[in-house]
Design a protein around this ligand. Structure first.
Ligand code: SAH
Length: 347
């Protein structure tokens, strides 16, 4: 018999499954509280009768994220984790310290299928989706290691969250639940490369989370060269979905734009981008691209970056340059796992 992933269950589901075996609803709440607190075994659920803990352990497992490697930045307080899942798969999470609290950036898949040209994750291929409990476990493990509450979560690590839609939705329900970790939707950001049909689906949920859309180019010609997903849905279709999302949720869209020297950082690109975003409640996040080993892309110069931002501002589009955290510890998408695998292959 295969064990049930109990940490991926909602409180409602726990109540129903406990009712079926004659257990009262308050037991479900007790177990749900323990799972939200990140216990690693049923033994730790000290207010449950021992025989019941044994019954639970015989039928369920508790997903955990084990720290395989931990890198602390010497430049700032950023910590990068390489977590090992129960089947040995490795994923990355990053803990960042901002004035407004601790933010953890988590992965949604082991690897990624999107293959963006500038991204390290896609280069290591795709293995599988993460379960809701495995996403929760990354937050809990980082929180336990840091010893303080995590107030913000960004789904911006390895993987494409909207390519793992069902599990990500369930994770969002679990992590924001008042009886669980209680991280409010307003403190959660989800970053997507632009899976248009799922943006429409997500809009219907009317969550108050921040949707970040990785745009990275002002037109189809440049975008589909950088991002294969751009060949499935063009920029017009993507922006239409963003407007729909905005209309349904009232939440400002955040556009990610990685500045790549000589590719998408010209004055014309800035003008074209401003033109396309005109009138939309949005913000542009400019990120000097991180050069990944084996990729031909180089960061735009600081001067070019400033010029791009000024050009957007002149046309009424608010943009900021993302502060680089953890620059010394490969703290961007997929870089750490790649280095770790290369090291392992060289021993
Ligand atoms: N799949 C999601 C989230 C993962 S990546 C998405 O595409 O949005 C989080 C952000 O980092 C995305 O905006 C992604 O495009 C960007 N990114 C990936 N590799 C990068 C690199 N080498 N330099 C700068 N940004 C990068």
């Amino acid at each position: 018999m295969s064990l049930t992933d109990i940490k991926s269950m909602t409180l409602e589901e726990l109540k129903n499954s406990f009712a079926a075996i004659g257990q009262p609803a308050f037991r479900a709440l007790q177990v749900y509280h323990w799972l939200g607190r990140g216990v690693r075994g049923f033994d730790e659920m000290s207010d449950l009768p021992k025989p019941f803990r044994e019954t639970l352990a015989a039928e369920n497992y508790i997903a955990c994220a084990e720290i395989e490697r931990k890198y602390c930045s010497r430049l700032d307080d950023t910590v990068k984790y390489l977590f090992r899942m129960h089947d040995g798969q490795l994923v990355e999470s990053v803990l960042m310290h901002y004035e407004h609290g601790r933010t953890v950036c988590i992965s949604s898949q082991v690897g990624c299928r999107m293959n963006c040209a500038f991204c390290a994750t896609g280069k290591s291929g795709y293995s599988r989706n993460l379960t809701p409990s495995e996403m929760l476990s990354q937050v809990q493990a980082a929180q336990a290691d840091a010893g303080t509450r995590i107030s913000n979560i960004v789904l911006m690590g390895m993987g494409e969250p909207l390519d793992n839609y069902k599990n990500v939705l369930r994770f969002l329900e679990l992590v924001s639940s008042g009886e669980g970790m209680n991280v409010g939707m307003r403190h959660i950001s989800l970053s997507t490369c632009g899976i248009v049909d799922k943006i429409y689906d997500l809009a219907e949920q009317k969550y108050q989370l921040t949707l970040s859309v990785s745009l990275h180019a002002p037109n189809d010609e440049i975008r589909s060269r950088l991002m294969p997903v751009g060949r499935r849905w063009n920029v017009d279709e993507l922006l239409q979905a963003c407007r729909y999302y905005l209309g349904k949720t009232g939440r400002r869209i955040s556009f990610e734009y990685a500045l790549i020297g000589g590719v998408n950082d010209s004055r014309e690109c800035a003008g074209e981008l401003a033109h396309r975003l005109k009138g939309m409640l949005c913000h542009v996040n400019l990120i000097p691209v991180n050069s990944v080993k084996g990729s031909p892309f180089r960061k735009s110069t600081p001067e070019q970056t400033r010029r791009f931002m000024r050009e957007l501002a002149a046309q009424g589009i608010t943009a900021t340059v993302r502060r680089t955290l953890g620059a010394d510890i490969d703290a961007s998408c997929g870089q750490l796992r790649r280095r770790y695998e290369e090291e392992a292959a060289n021993v």
